[in-house]
Design a protein around this ligand. Structure first.
Ligand code: ADP
Ligand code: MG
Length: 256
């Protein structure tokens, strides 16, 4: 049965999608069957894994709003062992369309539960918000991986995120856990990098991954080629760190 991990932080640009794609590919490279579910209307995880827009007939919007079976939306990515449920701009209307519907918080959970036995890991790439779509992800997930960008005010907004997690635990998903906290775009050689690392470790303790993600231009280039970093430039620092992160995540689940 798959472990379902939501990658979330309501701040934009902190490395959610980069982590979803590259962690997903690195876990697949370790021999696990991985599904990446894109629930951001931007569709960056979709294009970043090489899914051609023209091949998408149905996407996560149809699953959430029209209750189309999720199997019908799954496409193979450019990386072996990594499948994708795509998102398109169509999803941008879903927050409003779901609002009056019955059991709207459970849509993604019901869909994911129906295919849990077909994968080892299911990663969900979240939008930069804490709306009904994100609530769906937190209700469907076993755990949440929080990327935190190394910058001043790195912790700002995390209180709100933790509150949302508590609300979902209370109402929909009592077993929801924090999978881990990942420092992204960090440089421990600078004072700022060190300060933020210390601050985040003081706040989250052992939940912070030993692996941190430095700035690496190859990570920023890979999505425009529709490739995971390990396929775009296997010898890059980005490939090295996401492979190391995958080992930490696999070890946490007794898979390594
Ligand atoms: P989010 O999904 O949280 O909005 P992204 O993963 O899309 O964030 O990252 C935001 C931007 O920063 C993207 O252009 C991405 O390519 C770039 N980026 C992410 N992580 C790194 C990194 N470690 N080094 C360099 N660029 C990065
Ligand atoms: Mg994103």
């Amino acid at each position: 049965m798959a472990h379902v991990i939501a990658i979330a932080n309501q701040k934009g640009g902190v490395g959610k999608t980069t982590t979803s794609v590259n962690l997903g590919a690195a876990i697949a490279s370790a021999g696990k069957k991985v599904l990446l579910v894109d629930i951001d209307a931007q569709g960056n995880a979709t294009s970043g894994t090489g899914i051609q827009k023209s091949l998408i007939e149905q996407d996560i919007y149809d699953v959430l709003v029209n209750e189309v079976p999720i199997e019908e939306t799954i496409l193979p990515s450019s990386h072996d062992g990594l499948d994708v449920v795509p998102a398109t701009i169509q999803l941008s209307g879903a927050e409003i369309e779901l609002a009056p519907q019955m059991a709207r918080e459970m849509r993604l959970k019901d869909a994911i539960d129906s295919i849990r036995d077909q994968y080892d890991y299911i990663l969900v790439d979240n939008p930069p918000s804490l709306g009904i779509i994100t609530i769906n992800a937190f209700t469907a997930a076993d755990s949440i991986l929080i990327p935190v960008q190394s910058e001043y005010y790195a912790l700002e907004g995390l209180g709100q995120l933790l509150n949302t997690i508590k609300l979902v635990q209370k109402h929909f998903n009592p077993d929801l856990k924090i999978e881990g906290v990942l420092l992204t775009m960090t440089d421990p050689r600078t004072n700022l990098g060190q300060e933020v690392t210390t601050e985040v470790r003081n706040y989250f303790g052992e939940q912070v991954y030993k692996t941190f993600i430095p700035r690496n231009v190859r990570l920023a280039e890979a999505p425009s080629h529709g490739l995971a970093i390990t396929d775009y430039d296997a010898r890059s620092k980005g490939a090295e760190v996401y492979t190391a992160l995958a080992k930490e995540v696999l070890a946490a689940h007794g898979d390594f």
